[in-house]
Design a protein around this ligand. Structure first.
Ligand SMILES: Nc1ncnc2c1ncn2[C@@H]1O[C@H](COP(=O)(O)OP(=O)(O)OP(=O)(O)O)[C@@H](O)[C@H]1O
Ligand SMILES: [Mg+2]
Length: 450
């Protein structure tokens, strides 16, 4: 049995409303339900229950006038009639609890794994402001990732925010789960936004496994949930991450995907009457993405950091489509996964020359930076001539630089796929071996013995 915390119980009781006013449905226009009789007490973002002849539909207050509230329901309001009762449930705040680690939760703080879940002693706002820019610490130290490519070429430091850009089925979710298991962090918060229902179960049981779940909180809103719930999922995950950050933990926040968050925001904004502008997205989309991303990052003195890795679905590898463009601009790095690389079976399918970690060069030593630069150069040299090499048009010996790139390419390419549990030092040593630059990384006698 879980131990009951009295403060939490008090908060639970405090959240109950003793009396309820009842309003009624006065109209339905294009999926938005209008309610009369509650506009003097309703607030934007309040939850509302609509009682129909066949049951109840919940929704959220999106617009209001002096005479009525406009509600976007969570489900198709089929069966609703004029005069049906509406009850105001108020704001559903999220009160994260340390006991949420290891659990799967919906964006309202309800358990999705069938076991009872305690709410924390204090409610947090879903749309908190980021820490004061002037009080924020700078980016922290390099984190171990468990993946050779990230340990060396694309370092991730504490408080960094990184985007994972790829078309569908190129390996975004798999890479996120590898980071969930391997990236150095005290607590991992995972937001599964708009995923297929089957994938959520698979992610938790098969991919993350009991070891991964031990330090993770999963917040899930599957693709069948309303856009309100899907959008809320990202905010809820961020609030949970902030809860752990405020206690001094280094939190890793993984979101799959920001594109689904933006799509949910678009559906809501259009239902509210906003105009579509950026290729179908309303103008408020960039503000929604930026204000979410800005909440991740280094904390203030005494707090931990939120390191974030957010996946972005780019249709047809078009990095200029609106969501990719907005996200790339606010993050401190982007990783591009390439379909051709995935098709030839090299995972993670990172296109290194199109990926950037903005924690470089500070995150690495001068020797490491030298290796990183040389690796990129070799890969660039090879890629520029790849067509010629494959067509058999290149005569070996005519360009010593290219000869070296051709000779090293298979090993460099395989290095990016290596993902045994190596630490940064071992990863760099292995890379230096491939490139014949061992002199840059003299090993101690202990390491040589090992
Ligand atoms: N590390 C890996 N090793 C082997 N196969 C992989 C790896 N990563 C991805 N794959 C293959 O690619 C497929 C798609 O991966 P994943 O579901 O992670 O992609 P995704 O980009 O999240 O897709 P979606 O856009 O549909 O969410 C997997 O089913 C698997 O076959
Ligand atoms: Mg996926």
């Amino acid at each position: 049995m879980e131990r009951i915390d009295l403060n939490c119980l008090k908060a639970e009781i405090g959240a109950l409303t003793p009396a309820r006013r009842i309003g009624y449905v006065s109209g339905v226009y294009g999926g938005v339900v209008e309610i009369e009789g509650l506009s003097d007490i309703g607030r934007l973002g309040d939850q509302v229950s609509l009682k129909t002849a066949d049951g109840a539909i919940s929704g959220e207050v999106l617009r209001m006038t002096a005479s009525h509230l406009s509600i976007l329901p969570d489900h198709d309001p089929v069966g609703l009639s004029i005069g049906d009762q509406a009850i105001l449930d108020g704001q559903v705040a999220l009160a994260p609890h340390d006991g949420w680690i290891g659990r799967v939760i919906d964006p309202f703080g309800k358990p999705l794994d069938g076991r009872p879940l305690m709410r924390g002693p204090a409610a947090r706002t879903l749309r908190a402001a980021p820490p004061e820019p002037t009080r924020r610490r700078p980016l922290g130290d390099r984190l171990e990732t468990g993946l050779a490519a990230f340990n060396t070429m694309l370092p991730i430091v504490a408080g960094q925010r990184i985007g994972l850009f790829a078309g569908s089925g190129v390996g975004k979710s798999t890479l996120l789960s590898q980071l969930a298991r391997g990236l150095q962090a005290d607590v991992v918060v995972i937001a599964l936004i708009g995923e297929r229902g089957r994938e959520v179960g698979e992610f938790i049981h098969k991919v993350l496994g009991p070891e991964g779940m031990k330090r993770s909180v999963v917040i899930a809103a599957t693709s069948d949930r309303s856009p309100l719930v899907r959008r809320r999922c990202a905010w809820a995950a961020m609030s949970v991450a902030e809860h752990f950050r405020d206690q001094g933990n280094n939190v890793l926040l993984l979101a799959d995907s920001i594109t689904r968050f933006a799509e949910a925001h678009r559906e809501i904004a259009l239902a509210c009457g906003e105009n579509a502008s950026l290729r179908g997205y309303p103008a408020s989309t960039s503000q929604a993405i930026m204000s979410l991303c800005e909440r991740a990052g280094p904390g203030e003195e005494g707090q931990g950091d939120i390191t974030a890795v957010l996946s972005v679905l780019v249709a047809g590898s078009d990095m200029d489509e609106p969501i990719a463009d907005i996200t790339r601009g606010v993050l401190d790095g982007h990783i591009v996964l390439d379909r051709e690389i995935a098709e030839r079976g090299r995972f993670p399918a990172i296109d290194l020359l199109r990926s950037v970690s903005r924690s470089l060069p500070h995150a690495a030593t001068p020797e490491e930076n030298q290796i990183i630069e040389e690796f990129r150069k070799l890969l660039g040299t090879y890629q520029r001539s790849e067509m010629m090499i494959k067509a058999g048009l290149y005569a070996a010996g005519s360009d010593p630089e290219l000869d070296r790139a051709i000779r090293l390419w298979p090993q460099l390419d395989a290095f990016l796929a290596e993902h045994e549990d190596t630490d940064t030092r071992a990863s760099f040593y292995r890379l230096a071996q491939i490139m014949g630059r061992m002199a840059l990384f003299p090993q101690s006698d202990d390491e040589v013995d090992a």
